[in-house]
Design a protein around this ligand. Sequence first.
Ligand code: OAD
Length: 231
Amino acid sequence: MRKKLVISTGAGMSAESGLSTFRDAGGLWANYPVMDVASADGFARNPALVHRFYNERRHELVKASPNAGHRALTELEQWYDTFIITQNVDDLHERAGSHNVLHLHGELMKVRSMRDENRVYTLDKDNLDTSTETRDIHGDPVRPHIVFFQEAVPNIEPAIKLAQEADIFVVIGTSLVVYPAAALLNYVRPGVPIYYIDPNPAPVPSYVHVLKMPATQGVHELVNILNPDNQ
Ligand code: OAD
């Protein structure tokens, strides 16, 4: 039976695609007050600012491309049942060709109705901007399809299940400070190999194999380690 490989990614995964991380020097949260642009209170206070912030992020995203790390992760699908749990709101894993991607913090290229959260719409590449005036096909206002701070994380349950079922678990490019995503590691069964790729890794237990390097280099190494021909 094929092993289940579960990969949890954060902003560092997309750093080499030119998208800023949040907490590194010069990161997004150094330039924008996080509670203004990424919290439920902030959106209630000044929705126009929040729309503008995510419009800017979308314009950056459509100019960016998946990097060699995103692409190399897809190679693992030939040997393993591979699942990606990402905190990233970009679509670079999908554009690289990964098949199973679970977004924990929402998706930048989508908006949803403020009347019915189940009405989710993918934005057109040529029509990326939304505002407080934007209406969906039912005439209702929309908001970014982003999980704001102070909101529940709807996909955490399936993410926990994946972590519990993993035969191999990999963490890439996250500072492991935002919960509940950071707690996924705690659900991995004892004895399951865990790899963590990050040039500036957060403190982790000693049984975690740390690859202290950027994602492009680290995933290349990971593919060599996990290639069954090399085991
Ligand atoms: P952070 O900005 O907190 O952490 C980025 C991590 O990426 C750090 O550990 C860096 O060392 C690492 N890093 C930097 N360059 C890298 C590279 N080339 N290759 C690999 N790793 C690299 O980002 P996250 O941990 O993803 O949520 O942040 C979690 C959440 O906080 C985000 O999803 C976002 C933010 O608030 C929302 O906005 C809802």
